[in-house]
Design a binder for this molecule. Structure first.
Ligand code: GLY
Length: 543
């Protein structure tokens, strides 16, 4: 077995390295990529560009880009400093354990569609804190907001994907927003190429430009949220982002810098990477029934650990180092039966499949400043409730609504992730940076519970099997997560023999149209997920 050590560092210092003549970016919309390029050309760094692109995505990608949501940032600077920023939403002070459950076990208030479905948004304070700590200061806060404001004010041409979404969701938008929701509530058929103007959103962005996060957390936007009974002023004013020590592991000579709790992503990713390298397993192959089987069983144990042990770090009773300990993991993976599919405890309720929307942005500037941001409203357009020009998240559904009952991604949770005031809900978002000598790779994807396995597969394809970054992103993905006991294969060509063999081992197989929408970059490459639906875009920028 290859030596594989997982190390949790508290600070990493490398000698400064000069990188390339170029920067690379991959994002979920071409306008966000244009904005990154313009900020870099004006002398900004990756972090400036990420802030500007985040606000731009809130305008051009309303299903997931946001002011009303939250997310995570993973950072590795040109002078070797690693950091993560948690701007995950928190539960309001009035939240309580059974708020979404009634006596007869029916959902009392929906954790996906009601006003109570929203956690306190973290995005605006997240971007502000990123600016304060890592912004170059060659560009002002106001200059970073300018592109998003311009696009909201003057409009942009909608793509086919956006027109389809707007038409598909139109009746829900109107139903959930009886007092209107700007351009989203229009009773017309959207077509690609139409101009989409968001003047209310532009006003909110101008307020944030002029007054900083106070405009959102104690000014007019807070007032609007309080008036509409989402939160109290105290909820809004007390929201805090957290700088957290990154999780750092090692895989095949690459340093893996990733997100700690309240993301489950980093721990689960490092567990998967370890599991795939341990002795006597078949994961040194790609595409065989044996490797799919082994992956399913490793993943089962990883998602079982996720459900049992992971949540807001202030509530965790089992240490990260224990969950990443080699002896613990060897024991955990020791009872995989190579011939039969395993079994995880039965659930109370089955799962409704829903869309899993989130968005990821990867940037690496020519100095070597790397930033990976994954941000979300949870479901597509969050709760579909519109306030001050933007949609609110429905992130409360990421708590364990009731132990043993799955959320929209089929993920179950135990007490560790139950609702409490001020608590952060567990996430699967896995922004990650890889480093080897003077090379960096920045990556991540949307996809709810499939994020973790998707990041795992891309890292394996790239670092272990030597595929190009784009080929690793393009490769068909597979996913398994203990509950339901299903192996998901992304639609494509699988040999009938492999599928037959898996069925003989007891696997239930389902095909998924698409798994994730990856955005990866390295020093001289941009690898957006252009094969899957969406408007992903990326480029290498010489400047
Ligand atoms: N809402 C999806 C996630 O945070 O994983």
């Amino acid at each position: 077995m290859r030596t594989f050590t997982i190390i949790v560092f508290y600070h990493l210092l490398f000698l400064g390295t000069t990188y390339a003549q170029s920067a690379s970016v991959a994002a979920a919309h071409p306008l966000a990529v244009d904005v990154v390029e313009s900020i870099l050309r004006k002398g900004g760094n990756s972090f400036d560009a990420a802030i500007a692109a985040h606000f731009t995505l809130a305008v051009v990608l309303p299903r997931a880009g946001n002011l009303g949501g939250g997310g995570f940032v993973v950072i590795h600077t040109s002078n070797g400093e690693a950091a993560t920023l948690d701007f995950r939403e928190t539960a309001p002070a009035s939240a309580f354990k059974d708020m979404f459950i009634s006596d007869d076990d029916q959902t009392k208030v929906s954790s996906l569609t009601s006003k109570s479905a929203s956690g306190i948004p973290g995005s605006v304070k997240g971007m502000w804190n990123l600016y304060l700590r890592y912004g170059s200061r060659k560009l002002s806060w106001s200059e970073l907001l300018a592109p998003a404001i311009l696009i909201a004010d003057t409009g942009f041409f909608i793509t086919e994907k956006l027109s389809e979404e707007l038409n598909y969701n139109s009746s829900d938008f109107i139903l959930r927003n009886p007092k209107g929701c700007g351009p989203f509530c229009k009773d017309l058929l959207w077509e690609p190429g139409m101009r989409f103007l968001q003047t209310t959103l532009a006003e909110s962005l101008k307020g944030i430009r002029d007054f900083g996060p106070n405009y959102f957390y104690s000014g007019p936007i807070a007032k609007d949220l309080v008036r509409q009974k989402y939160f109290t002023f105290s909820d809004m004013e007390s929201y805090r982002v957290r700088w957290r020590e990154p999780l750092i592991g090692e895989y095949r000579g690459w340093e893996v810098i990733t997100m700690p709790p309240p993301s489950s992503g980093g721990i689960a990713l490092l567990q998967l990477l370890y599991g795939s390298e341990r002795g006597s397993n078949s994961m040194e192959e790609i595409g065989t029934a044996e490797s799919y089987h082994d992956f399913t069983e490793i993943s089962r144990r990883v998602y079982e650990d996720r459900a049992k042990y992971l949540g807001d770090p202030e509530y965790m009773t089992i240490g990260i180092d224990k969950l990443l300990d080699n002896i613990y993991l060897d024991k955990r993976f020791s009872n995989i039966d190579p011939d039969r599919v395993g079994f995880s405890p039965i659930l109370k309720k089955s799962i409704d499949e829903e869309s899993s929307e989130t968005t990821h942005l990867s940037i690496l500037d020519k100095e070597g400043n790397a930033v990976a941001i994954t941000t979300t409203l949870n479901a597509s357009y969050g709760s579909k409730r519109w306030v001050s020009g933007f949609f609110m998240n429905n992130e409360m559904d990421d708590f364990s609504i009731a132990p043993g009952v799955p959320n929209q991604f089929g993920l179950i949770g135990y007490e560790i992730n139950q609702i409490a005031p001020g608590k952060r809900m567990l996430s699967s978002m896995t922004p990650t940076i890889l480093i080897k000598e003077n090379r960096k790779v920045v990556l991540g994807t949307p996809g709810g519970s499939t994020i973790i396995t998707n990041v795992f597969h891309v890292i394996r394809m790239y670092c272990r099997f030597g595929h190009s970054l784009q080929a690793s992103v393009n490769a068909k993905k597979i996913h398994a997560q203990a509950w339901p006991n299903v192996l998901y294969l992304e639609e494509g060509s699988y040999s009938k023999k492999v599928v037959r063999k898996l069925k003989r081992k007891g696997h239930k197989i389902e095909f998924k149209k698409q798994i994730g929408r990856f955005q990866a970059v390295s020093n001289d490459q941009s690898a957006p997920d252009i094969l899957r639906t969406g408007d992903s875009s990326g480029r290498v920028i010489f400047y």
